[in-house]
Design a binder for this molecule. Structure first.
Ligand SMILES: [Zn+2]
Length: 73
């Protein structure tokens, strides 16, 4: 297959199937749509994906646990 697309792993799971894998164009335009690689649900735009990768290196669940722990102490 040579369709100029690549797969990446998102910190957050797909709301439909729970997969962390997404498929996107290798061109990496900020307006490119990013799709779940399992069920093809649109996960957002490449600019959103990039922001999420920068802001949430951990999974959302881990971040919530950490946030709760920080509030206690
Ligand atoms: Zn999915």
């Amino acid at each position: 297959m040579n369709d100029l697309s690549e797969e990446m792993r998102m910190p957050s799971p797909c709301p439909e199937c729970g997969s962390h894998r997404v498929r996107l164009s290798q061109v990496h335009n900020p307006e490119d749509k990013v799709f779940c690689s399992s069920c093809n649900t649109q996960r957002g735009l490449y600019s959103d994906l990039k922001r999420e990768l920068i802001e949430s290196p951990k999974s959302t669940k881990e971040a919530l646990i950490e946030e709760a722990a920080n509030k206690k102490s």
